[in-house]
Design a protein around this ligand. Structure first.
Ligand code: CMC
Length: 393
C-alpha cells in the first residue's frame, strides 16, 4: 500500500501480553494458565476451569465450593431478559443470546455502578470486585439464556435451573426438562472445558475493542457473541454437522473433499485454523469422546462414520498436507450434540456458554492496563472532488 504494509486480518499482530492461555500452533498444544488442556479435560470440570481462567490459579476446595454456590445463585435471569428471549423465539439463538446478554446488562445494578465508576475513570479495588462479580454472573447466566430460548422456540414453558445439578447437567436439564444421561453431561462439560479460552481470536478481540472504550462487560460479551456467530469462527461446528447430514454417506467423502480443493470451491467446514498448523489438540480429545458416545448410543445418521471418512481423505490429500490444514475442534464437536437431541443452531450458543469466561477474563486482564483500540486505515480514494448539485448530476 502507498502508506506502508497493511497487516491483512491482523495476522500475527500482537495486541497485548497475556497469562490466560497459550497456543503452540506448530506442535498443536494448548495451555490454560500453564496447564495442558489434556490434563484439564481428563481431571477437571468446567466450574474449576472457569475459576482457573478467571482468577489465574486452581481453587482450593473451599474456594471452589463458594464459587459454585455463587454461580448457582446467579443462574436466574431478569424478567425483562426472559421477555427479550421470548420475543426472539423464532430467531436464530445467537441473535437471542446477543440481545439477552445486552438486556441482562441493562438491568444489573452492579453493572450500572461499574458503568458510573468507569465514566469518571475509576477502576480501583471496589470496581474490580464488581467486575469479577459481573464476570461470574455472565458465566452462570449463559446456559439459562440458551436453554430458555430453546424452550420458547419449541413453544414450551421454561424449566428453571436446579440447584442440585452442576453447570453442564443443569444446562441439559433446563433444555429437556429431565435429568440428563451422565455421558451426555460429561460431553457438555468436556466441550465447555475445551472451549473456555483460546488466546485472541476474532470474538475475544471484539470484546477487547468494546471494553477498551470503557464500555461495560455485558456489552463486550454481546460484541464477542456477534463475532462468534460467523461461519469462519464459531459457526463452523453447526456448518460441519449440516454438511455431514447433507452428505449422508461415508462413500461421498472423497468427492466432497476433492470439491473443497478446487479454486473457488466450498471450504470444508471444521478444517483449517489460523494458528494451528498441526492437528488441533481439542479436536483429538473430542474425537475420542464422540467415538465413546456413538459406541454407547449408536450412529444412526452415520455422522461419526462420515466425519472419519472425510478426515481420512483430508489427512492424505496433498492439497491439505501442503497447506497444513487439519481438522479443527469444530470438525468433531457437533456429532455428540446432534445425538443428544440438541438442534444444530444451538451448537454455537454452547460454544459461547464456554468461551464467555475467556472473554471476560481477557477484558479484566486488559483493563489492568487499558488503552483504546484505534488502528488506522490507508486511504486510497481521491481528494478534493468538486460537489455537483443533485439536479446537475
Ligand atoms: N477447506 C479448503 N481449503 C481451505 C480451508 C478449508 N476448510 N481452510 C483453508 N483453506 C485454504 C485456503 O483456501 C488457502 O488456500 P490458498 O493458499 O490456495 O489460497 C489456504 O488454505 C490458507 O487459508 P486461509 O483462508 O488463508 O487461512 P486463514 O488463516 O485466513 O483461515 C480459517 C483460517 C479457519 C478461517 C479457514 O481455515 C476456514 O475457513 N476454515 C473453515 C471454517 C472453520 O472450520 N472455522 C473454524 C475455525 S476453528 C474454531 C475457532 O477457533 O473458532
Amino acid at each position: 500500500s502507498p502508506c506502508g504494509p497493511i497487516i491483512h486480518g491482523l495476522e500475527d499482530v500482537l495486541i497485548k501480553s497475556t497469562s490466560i492461555s497459550d497456543i503452540d500452533g506448530e506442535k498443536g498444544i494448548l495451555w490454560y494458565r500453564g496447564y495442558r488442556i489434556e490434563e484439564l479435560a481428563r481431571l477437571s470440570t468446567y466450574e474449576e476451569v472457569s475459576y482457573l481462567i478467571l482468577y489465574g490459579r486452581l481453587p482450593t476446595k473451599r474456594e471452589l465450593e463458594d464459587y459454585i454456590n455463587r454461580m448457582k445463585k446467579y443462574r436466574e435471569l431478569h424478567p425483562a431478559t426472559v421477555e427479550v428471549i421470548r420475543n426472539l423465539a423464532k430467531a436464530h439463538p445467537m441473535f437471542a443470546l446477543e440481545a439477552a446478554v445486552a438486556a441482562e446488562g441493562a438491568y444489573d445494578e452492579d453493572n450500572q455502578k461499574l458503568i458510573e465508576a468507569l465514566s469518571v475513570g475509576r477502576y480501583k479495588a471496589e470496581e474490580k470486585e464488581l467486575a469479577y462479580r459481573i464476570a461470574e454472573k455472565l458465566v452462570a447466566k449463559m446456559p439459562t439464556i440458551v436453554a430458555y430460548h430453546y424452550r420458547f422456540s419449541r413453544g414450551l414453558e421454561v424449566v428453571r435451573p436446579r440447584d442440585d445439578l452442576g453447570h453442564a447437567a443443569n444446562f441439559l436439564y433446563m433444555m429437556f426438562g429431565r435429568e440428563p444421561d451422565p455421558l451426555a453431561s460429561r460431553g457438555i462439560d468436556l466441550y465447555l472445558i475445551l472451549h473456555a479460552d483460546h488466546e485472541v481470536p476474532a470474538s475475544t478481540f471484539a470484546a477487547h475493542v468494546v471494553a477498551s472504550t470503557l464500555s461495560d462487560l455485558y456489552s463486550s460479551v454481546a460484541a464477542a457473541i456477534a463475532a462468534l456467530k460467523g461461519p469462519l469462527h464459531g459457526g463452523a461446528n453447526e456448518m460441519a454437522v449440516r454438511n455431514y447430514l447433507e452428505i449422508g454417506t461415508p462413500a461421498k467423502a472423497k468427492e466432497i473433499v476433492e470439491a473443497a480443493t478446487k479454486p473457488g470451491g466450498p471450504k470444508l467446514m471444521g478444517v483449517g485454523h489460523r494458528v494451528y498448523k498441526a492437528y488441533d489438540p481439542r479436536a483429538k480429545i473430542f474425537k475420542e469422546f464422540s467415538r465413546d458416545y456413538v459406541a454407547k448410543f449408536g450412529d444412526p445418521q452415520n455422522l461419526f462414520a462420515i466425519a472419519s471418512a472425510i478426515e481420512q481423505e483430508v489427512l492424505s490429500h496433498p492439497y491439505f498436507q501442503q497447506r497444513k490444514l487439519y481438522p479443527n475442534v469444530d470438525f468433531w464437536s457437533g456429532i455428540a450434540f446432534y445425538y443428544m437431541g440438541i438442534p444444530y443452531e444451538y451448537f454455537t450458543p454452547i460454544f459461547a456458554m464456554s468461551r464467555v469466561v475467556g472473554w471476560v477474563a481477557h477484558v479484566l486482564e486488559y483493563w489492568e492496563n487499558n488503552r483504546i483500540f484505534r488502528p488506522r486505515a490507508c486511504y486510497i480514494g481521491p481528494h478534493d472532488l468538486q460537489y455537483i448539485p443533485l439536479e446537475q448530476r
